[in-house]
Design a protein around this ligand. Structure first.
Ligand SMILES: Nc1nc2c(ncn2[C@@H]2O[C@H](COP(=O)(O)OP(=O)(O)O)[C@@H](O)[C@H]2O)c(=O)[nH]1
Ligand SMILES: [Mg+2]
Length: 291
């Protein structure tokens, strides 16, 4: 009698959702960044736990929707709530209850949820207990509250056991050998975007995207061509850097992530192209997959 179901990871940007998903999977497939709003699309990880299959759906996070791209990102999170069997709501232990209350409003009792208090390595025991206590006010709203630290690898087993408890008996939906239903090109795209977030600051990462033009799988080495899309001409110099230094660093960082996942050598060729104001260009957003 195995269980199987979809679990949406919901929480504000930077709560640690992507980190948690990667850490549970033990493979890195979702991008993690110190900067908020790095995750744009839903992605998933298929995790086998004691013969049960949990499909985690990582989301861009709940946030205000000013820009069209942000609006898309919020909708992605809402869709994940609609499609899942259970929500894991991530709250950094230092957050006030305000974010959680907003989530309660959005979810409106539609789906059951477990609260994960994340980043507990950042506070004292005393602060942790205080935080747990503050959530007890809403004890009738959530199924369980689990403190987790990815940095200290605390809470995983407990979380997976608890999730399993709230899933239904069901045949596996995916091959237990698979780790994700993502296309490899979507994962590579996220690796390059993550490398951009790591290497350039200010608005450039937010106003850039990546298109994978070609993946040529050759014996012993994969040849990947990708284009970095920017929204202003002035961003070109920033991405390329003096003597091409920045784009070289981006390319190297992304290549290492790709090689780590594929277990193979990779040759990554990066191009740069400017598409003025793309983050508010509905047609172009659709063209590159934000439908
Ligand atoms: N100290 C600490 N930092 C964490 C933990 N989990 C995530 N982070 C950091 O929090 C930041 C945001 O993480 P990310 O997974 O991208 O958040 P997301 O926007 O919710 O997907 C990153 O810099 C992570 O390294 C944790 O358990 N402890
Ligand atoms: Mg994320």
């Amino acid at each position: 009698m195995n269980k199987c179901g979809f679990v949406a990871l919901i929480g504000r940007p930077n709560a640690g959702k992507s980190t948690l998903m990667n850490s549970i999977l033990g493979e890195k497939i979702a991008m993690v960044s110190q900067k908020a709003n790095a995750t744009r699309k839903r992605s998933n990880a298929i995790v086998m736990h004691k013969d049960n299959q949990i499909i985690f759906v990582d989301t861009p996070g709940l946030h205000q929707k000013e820009k069209m791209l942000n609006q898309y990102m919020l909708e992605e999170a809402l869709k994940a709530i609609g499609d899942c069997d259970l929500i894991v709501y991530l709250a950094p232990v230092t957050d006030s209850l305000e974010h959680y209350e907003k989530f309660l409003e959005i979810n409106n009792g539609r789906k059951k949820h477990i609260i994960v208090l994340s980043k507990i390595d950042q506070v004292s025991q005393e602060k942790l207990f205080k935080s747990i206590e503050s959530y007890s006010k809403y004890a009738d709203k959530f199924e369980a509250l689990i403190p987790v630290s990815i940095a200290r690898k605390v809470g995983h087993e407990d979380l997976l056991d608890t999730i399993t408890k709230y899933l239904d008996v069901s045949p596996y939906l995916y091959d237990p050998e698979d780790i994700t239903t993502e296309m490899i090109r979507d994962i590579y795209k996220e690796f390059i975007r993550e490398a951009i977030f790591e290497n350039v600051s200010d608005e450039v990462p937010y106003e850039s995207d990546v298109l994978i033009d070609k993946i040529d799988e050759k014996k012993g080495i994969d040849h990947i061509k990708a284009t970095i899309i920017l929204s202003k001409d002035s961003q070109k110099g920033i991405i390329i850097g003096s003597g091409g230094n920045t784009i070289k660093r981006i390319g190297k960082a992304a290549r290492l992530k790709i090689e780590h996942l594929s277990g193979k050598k990779a040759f990554l060729e990066l191009f740069v192209s400017v598409k003025k104001g793309w983050t508010t260009d509905k047609k172009f957003l659709e063209e590159i997959g934000y439908k």
